[in-house]
Write a protein that binds this ligand. Structure first.
Ligand SMILES: *[C@@H]1O[C@H](CO)[C@@H](O)[C@H](O)[C@H]1NC(C)=O
Ligand SMILES: [Zn+2]
Length: 780
């Protein structure tokens, strides 16, 4: 149990380090800092001329830190005061408790590296040197306030401020080296601005409308693939980073390595287990790029400026495919709200017409038929309309999650919800099963739309699993277009108050014991065994904006957690992650499917939710709070963690559409997909996923190429089988960059993927100081 505490402490440490690093980036913004840099450069040059090449000194530095134990990096520089303070605290803790053993972690989980006292001396010289060279010009703020200042400015500040902030970070990131002053020449800026504003209008008008069948285009179409002659961005040889930059990179490296050690990965990748023989292979990656980078955000627009026509032609050259018939997965949608209002209304009316005498509910000591229920509500089928249903989110739900959940009662009546939207009611969820089947057949009819429905297990009793499985099996809820995720509401405090559970461990037991039982012996729960084959993920849900007590290292273990308070997000996340990790190891060893941890995170609330899920989650839903933390955003980018974002949904709850960071994340190359979240409350049309894409396309001027790229991401992020992914996006989809693309399936030009891959590799090499080892396959 102690070990768990250690893990949590580590998570906290990472969070704190990130705070410190981001504070560090803030410092770098100031002009005086630039001057400092200039001076630094001077002195570096002197150093070099003194005979010790910087390259060499860096190498020695690397050896030093490696020698210090498994690559764990002890920060001693004056420029990162916060981290030092925090690591000091941990050292103290360690002394008190003696060496920490990590025996309790699941098999296969790498040991955590803890900091050791008194080892910083080894780096004395370089530290002193960098400290004397670069001193932060802003006061050293305590780590928390660095975020608060951003957070505080969050809601009311205008978006321009945000983007300015992030831009600086991004520019700094690549180019803060010796030549930073040169880069900020007015000329370059002007070009960038022109590019970003010009390119969009140009590309859109060129794309969607004025396309005539002109002979030249047709000629190009007949010619060889587009990537033979597209304009590549030239990339300059990277600058030698300053010692302080190196320190920052090493911290980032450590974060990425920690994630690698934590997150569950199958020992044998699906594509190694299962060979799919299909002759059509995408073209291999041709030549490398040559030169120079502008600021990172602008690279995408620059790429568009150079290549948008070629991308467009490439798309046209892929016969048959267009946005409508590329596969897209709704990566985040709650099953209980998966039908649209009109659909639900039609269903209720038809039930009232066809089965008025069905006994549907037991209330106040009597059994009521459907007709009687409506009489008790003083409603007839004719009266019912969508407005009366009143499940739609409106202005009153903005920022009020509690009201949002209230909305989820049709006609404001929990009776109708009980009858139509519950699976454990008097009619054993038959109505919900039927309406679900209708949704399935709508999906099947659309053919190119898939969905991952999230359905709740509460953890109040162990039999929930069997109930759910038998509901699925008895109603024959199966579709080639659908897989399931389990969502666990974070409601310990509610159950505790009601006396349903005594400790947090009860909930964990109720959730995980049946899963272990059925994995060990499928005969023990045959229906659950069958259902589990369709379950691809585990989710955590609740209102993240609820105030929570921050996790500390003195938290009780789950069986000692008997107080009335709800544990923090990170506490839930850690224990779900850890149990799932062990379960997955077991399932994999028995040749069964595994279940990925894919929680809601970063929709609202504290930024440490995102630090926690960085370490533990396969991918997350929302992530909009990444806009508040440049460093975490950068880490999510480097690790290419999937974000299933739902801008329309967030529009009604937490963030206005036009301020949603989706377009910025997409531009920067984060692994984003679009999802609907709650069609019943949010969407108006029969195809909510297309509605989501369509609104995004018109508000943010996304081209057809952009939409297809997002759709491709959604297939990656989904939990569908290897065989289906191969069929949908190409047999080599698991390879990085253009090699993994099949334009005939995805309608995404190689150019686009080569660009993304190129930029990502550069950033990785930057952070790993040119020594990044990048496997040819994703998720490796
Ligand atoms: C995007 O994220 C998913 C997981 O969410 C991952 O499987 C996939 O490989 C990622 N895409 C890339 C290009 O890394
Ligand atoms: Zn959601």
């Amino acid at each position: 149990m102690d070990t768990y505490t250690v893990h949590l402490a580590m998570a906290a440490l990472v969070g704190a380090s990130l705070v410190a690093v981001s504070a560090y980036y803030m410092h770098r913004k100031t002009l005086s800092q630039l001057l400092e840099f200039a001076k630094t450069v001077e002195r570096e040059r002197e150093d070099i001329s003194e005979g010790e090449s910087l390259q060499h000194s860096m190498k020695r530095r690397g050896q030093l830190s490696r020698r210090k134990g498994n690559g764990y990096y002890r920060r001693g520089s004056a420029s990162l005061p916060d981290v030092t303070v925090i690591s000091g605290v941990i050292d103290g803790e360690e002394k008190r408790n003696g060496p920490i053993h990590v025996d309790g972690i699941p098999a296969g989980l790498p040991r955590l590296h803890t900091l050791h006292e008194g080892k910083s001396g080894g780096r004395g010289t370089p530290v002193k040197r960098s400290a004397s060279l670069i001193r932060p010009t802003t006061p050293k703020s305590p780590s928390a306030s660095a975020f608060e200042s951003i957070e505080g400015s969050d809601d009311e500040d205008d978006i321009i401020d945000n983007s300015k902030l992030d831009d600086t970070y991004l520019h700094t990131n690549g180019n803060a080296g010796p030549n930073l002053p040169d880069r900020s020449n007015a000329n370059g800026e002007a070009i960038q601005i022109a590019a970003s504003s010009m390119i969009r209008t140009h590309s859109i008008s060129g794309d969607l409308h004025g396309v005539q069948p002109d002979p030249i285009a047709a000629d190009i179409l007949r010619k060889e693939p587009e990537h033979e002659n597209f304009a590549r961005l030239k990339i300059s040889p990277s600058e030698v980073p300053s010692p302080d930059e190196v320190e920052v990179y090493v911290v980032l490296q450590e974060c990425l390595e920690m994630r690698k050690r934590y997150v569950f990965k199958e020992a044998v990748a699906p594509w190694e287990k299962e060979v799919i023989s299909d002759p059509s292979t995408p073209k291999p990656n041709p030549n490398p790029f040559f030169y120079a980078s502008e600021g990172k955000s602008d690279k995408f627009n620059l790429h568009l400026m150079l290549n948008v026509d070629k991308e467009f032609l490439a798309q046209k050259s892929a016969p048959h495919r267009d946005f409508y018939n590329v596969r897209k997965v709704d990566t985040h949608v709650h099953h209980s709200a998966c039908m649209n209002q009109k659909h639900l209304l039609r269903f209720i009316k038809s039930k009232l017409r066809k089965e008025p005498d069905e006994v549907v509910i037991f209330r106040d000591g009597t059994y009521l038929t459907l007709k009687e229920v409506f009489e008790s509500l003083d409603l007839t089928g004719y009266d019912l309309n969508v407005d009366l249903l009143d499940v739609h989110a409106d202005k009153s739900t903005f920022h009020r999650f509690d009201k949002f959940n209230l909305k989820y009662n049709p006609c404001g009546q929990s009776r109708l919800r009980e009858i139509f939207l519950k699976q454990d009611n008097l009619i054993q969820g038959r109505f919900l099963g039927e309406v679900t089947k209708q949704v399935f057949s709508d999906l099947a009819a659309s053919k190119y739309q898939m969905a991952e429905y999230r359905i709740s297990i509460y953890g109040r009793k162990q039999s929930e699993w069997d109930q759910m499985a038998s509901w699925i099996v008895n109603n024959e809820l199966y579709s080639e277009n659908v897989v399931w995720l389990i969502q666990i509401p974070r409601l310990y405090n509610v159950y505790k108050e009601m006396g349903i559970v005594t400790s947090f461990q009860n909930i964990l037991d109720n959730i995980f014991i049946p899963l272990f039982e059925v994995t060990v012996d499928p005969d023990s729960h045959p229906q659950l065994h069958v259902f589990l084959k369709q379950i691809v993920g585990l989710d955590l849900v609740d209102d993240e904006s609820k105030p929570e007590r921050r996790p500390t290292k003195h938290m009780p273990t789950p069986d000692q957690w008997t107080n009335v308070f709800n544990p923090a997000f990170s506490y839930y996340a850690y224990y779900c992650y850890a149990n799932l990790y062990t379960l997955n190891k077991l399932r994999e060893s028995k040749g069964m499917t595994t279940i990925k941890f894919r929680p809601h995170s970063g929709e609202a609330g504290d930024i440490d939710h995102l630090a926690t899920t960085f370490l533990t989650a396969h991918n997350i839903a929302h992530g909009i709070n990444l806009r508040k933390s440049p460093v975490l955003q950068y880490l999510y980018y480097l690790a290419q963690i999937g974000l299933a974002m739902s801008p329309l949904s967030n529009n009604s709850l937490f963030l206005d559409y036009h301020r949603n960071p989706f377009p910025m994340f997409f531009l920067r190359g984060l692994n984003v997909s679009l999802s609907t979240d709650d069609p019943l409350q949010i969407h108006l049309t029969k195809e909510p996923l297309v509605e989501e894409y369509s609104v995004a396309a018109s508000v943010w001027k996304l081209s057809s190429c952009d939409l297809c790229e997002i759709a491709r991401n959604s297939v990656y992020q989904s939990g569908f089988s290897h065989a289906l992914k191969s069929h949908w996006i190409g047999t080599e989809y698991y390879k990085r960059g253009p090699a993994g693309n099949n334009i005939h399936r995805t309608n995404v030009p190689h150019i686009r993927l080569e660009f993304r891959d190129r930029i990502w590799r550069e950033e990785m090499q930057l952070v790993y100081l040119g020594k990044a080892i990048i496997p040819e396959e994703v998720d490796k």
